[in-house]
Design a protein around this ligand. Structure first.
Ligand code: NAD
Ligand code: MG
Length: 387
């Protein structure tokens, strides 16, 4: 593999830490030059990562943290930067590859800038496609880089689509673990708190995506992500609950065949595939032991208990700004749930209500339209929570 220049956005988070581990596994500085690492408030970790990986620049998104970052980096030769302009600077540092692993809509602008600058984008931040699908895809097209999915389901689909004819694709079948509340009743789900919701049975992830997995909002985002990523019709996107999370997703073809990608639930596999693409490098991750597994289970998702799935269908049918609206309203409801100001099931009620209220929003989908819809959806969601 020739040496490539990579910037890691969201380096201090769950995907970011795994990405730096994969960079080491793939040969460290022999394989990659790390141009920049970015984080938010955890400047100690960010500075350490920058120093360990010999990065040229470290960026904290939080301008208040600039002084602390500068101190932590003093004498290291790593350049500190902060705020939105620092993030954009890191996005356009002549990178071959950018890991987009900031959480939430905050990741959109840097990822768009990196895509326009022509870097290959390893995309963990699914919110980019949910809020700004067509805009994001055209930025990638404009820049001429590749879009490499990191979300495990989309990586699975990407991997089994590779060797096959795109024309023969009939449907994608996205697997869902069902999260910690798969077997809970609606009444029980009404009273769960953030501590129980964040305990995912199979995957170790950041706080927000863990809770989104419990409500299946994560799966809702992934349905919309798949729609854009693989240019599908809404009826080609299926979801099946598979509690063991061994099959990461599947593609069904016109001849009735279904191809699946399997592995232990470890994000480093999908990250490794994106970072080394089109190669398949050796990775030190756990191997599947089929005799130990013994069985794989499947069940239909329950849209009554997990209404986020219904909301995803509405977004896919309506298009326009509804994805941005769903994502923004959901982020506000999620924060309120984490802080104990909103019930678990109310997150979908509030999101659905805001989507309905804003149904007549203009259909232009430029960046300013997206941000305006995002802001208005947040305002309305906050109003409903207070009410
Ligand atoms: P995380 O919370 O662990 O990390 C988020 C990163 O974003 C951190 O580096 C944090 O400092 C940074 N960040 C937070 N707020 C920011 C802001 N306002 N501006 C700039 N940076 C900010 O999250 P994660 O689990 O690593 O997830 C990152 C993204 O990857 C999300 O979009 C998530 O949906 C997606 N994803 C994660 C997983 C997983 O296994 N963790 C799997 C698939 C997709
Ligand atoms: Mg996923």
């Amino acid at each position: 593999m020739t040496q490539r220049r990579i910037a890691v956005f969201g380096a201090t988070g769950s995907i970011g830490v795994n990405t730096l581990d994969v960079i080491n596994q793939l040969g460290g500085q022999d394989a990659f030059t790390v141009s920049a690492v970015t984080g938010n408030r955890n400047v100690e970790r960010l500075a350490q990562q920058a120093i360990d990986h010999n990065a040229e620049m470290a960026v904290t998104a939080d301008e208040q943290q600039y002084a602390a970052l500068k101190t932590a980096l003093s004498g290291s030769g790593v350049r500190p930067a902060a705020g939105a302009s620092g993030l954009i600077e890191a996005a356009v540092m002549n990178n071959d590859l950018v890991m987009a692993a900031i959480v939430g809509t905050a990741g959109l602008k840097p990822a768009l800038a990196a895509a326009r600058a022509g870097a290959d984008i390893a995309l963990a931040n699914k919110e980019c496609l949910v809020s700004a699908g067509p805009l994001f895809l055209s930025a990638v097209h404009e820049g001429g880089g590749r879009l490499l999915p990191v979300d495990s389901e989309h990586s699975a689909i990407f991997q089994v689509l590779e060797q096959n004819q795109r024309r023969a694709l009939e449907r994608v079948i996205i697997t869902a673990s069902g999260g910690p509340f798969r077997t809970k009743t609606l009444e029980e789900m009404r009273h769960v708190d953030a501590a129980t919701a964040r305990a995912h049975p199979n995957w170790s992830m950041g706080l927000k995506i863990s809770i989104d997995s419990a409500s299946m909002f994560n799966k809702a985002l992934e349905m919309i992500e798949a729609l854009h990523l693989f240019s599908l019709r809404p009826d080609q996107v299926e979801v099946i609950v598979h509690p063991q999370s061994i099959i990461h997703s599947m593609v069904g073809y016109a001849d009735g065949s279904v191809l699946a990608q399997l592995g232990c639930p470890d994000m480093r596999s999908a990250i490794g595939y994106a970072l080394a693409y089109p190669h398949r490098p050796p990775l030190n991750v756990e191997r599947l032991d089929f005799a130990k597994l013994a069985r794989l289970d499947f069940e239909s998702p329950d849209e009554q208990r997990f209404p986020a799935l219904k909301l995803a269908r509405i977004v896919m049918e309506r298009g326009g700004l509804q994805g941005a609206i769903l994502n923004a309203a959901k982020e506000i409801a999620l924060e309120a749930f984490i802080e104990g100001r909103c019930g678990f099931l109310e997150m979908a009620d509030i999101t659905g209500q805001v989507m309905e209220n804003m149904r007549g929003a203009p259909s232009a989908c430029g960046i300013e339209d997206i941000y305006a819809a995002d802001e208005e959806a947040r305002r309305q969601a906050a109003g409903l929570i207070r009410a």
